[in-house]
Write a protein that binds this ligand. Structure first.
Ligand code: SAM
Length: 239
């Protein structure tokens, strides 16, 4: 059953227009009576069916509010070092599928990718669209936010009860060692770019209370590491 995000608060009968109506009627070619799920701005999720399709308007009548949500019990924000080419597209898509609540693109010392403001804005718009599509496909209850491209220092100003830096130079502490200490609620997971972290970045993170952890003896690609670490966190917390 398809799930769509509507930018309105819950009501039983809703008329959808614009891109979403086009997607439902023309791309998916849904028909009257076909069942679907709607996620409303106020967080209500409801099952319903297409009641009417007229021009570029689709009317949906909902008949059941969905109680059980699909979101993980722990909120994990992925702060991903900017990576080359289409890798960020892949990282955003997979992070949303797996359950990240937000994604922060990081301009790090060893990031070979550098965007000027205009290009960065366009890239974030692109990644946000990928996040919406992935959230629909994964039947998420929320659309994870893709933040502006920012520095490590900026990303560290937000409030988390655990900051994990997956650090290729860490040989002692394993991710599981940290996760089994207690049930954290609001985690920041930091992944370096292809060139890894600079020493200054490791020091900055440690000074801010981040825990550097190893993801194992094998070195993962930057686009692999975040997905592996996210999966381990949700696995550990039975999400
Ligand atoms: N240039 C680094 C090197 O050669 O050691 C590798 C960087 S790796 C391609 C990119 C990022 O993935 C790292 O900065 C880290 O965040 C994460 N990563 C990859 N493998 C890891 C591991 N075994 N333990 C911890 N983090 C890892």
């Amino acid at each position: 059953m398809h799930r769509f995000f509507v930018e309105e608060n819950y009501r039983k009968i809703i008329t959808i227009d614009g891109n979403l109506a086009h997607h439902i009627a023309d791309v998916l070619r849904m028909t009257v009576g076909e069942k679907l799920e709607l996620v409303f701005d106020d967080g209500v999720i409801a099952k319903g069916a297409v009641q009417k399709i007229e021009g570029n308007k689709v009317t949906v009548c909902t008949n059941e509010v969905v109680a059980e949500g699909n979101e993980p019990s722990v909120q994990v924000t992925l702060a991903q070092g900017l990576a080359k080419g289409e890798k960020m597209d892949l990282v955003v898509q997979k992070a949303v599928e797996v359950g990240a609540v937000a994604i922060i693109p990081l301009a790090l010392d060893n990031s070979v990718v550098r965007f000027d403001d205009g290009r960065a804005t366009k890239k974030v718009e692109r990644w946000q669209k990928i996040a919406l599509e992935a959230a629909q496909q994964a039947k998420r209850d929320v659309i994870p936010k893709v933040g502006a491209v920012q520095s490590l220092a900026q990303a560290l100003t937000n409030d988390y009860d655990l900051i994990i830096m997956a650090y290729e130079g860490e040989t002692e502490v394993k991710l599981k060692d940290v996760l089994t200490e207690k049930k954290y609620q609001n985690v920041l997971l930091i992944i370096g770019p292809e060139g890894g972290f600079s020493e200054e970045e490791v020091e900055l993170c440690r000074n801010k209370g981040a825990r550097t952890v190893s993801l194992g003896r094998r070195i993962l690609r930057t686009e692999t590491a975040g997905i592996v670490a996210l999966s381990c966190i949700f696995y550990e917390y039975r999400d």
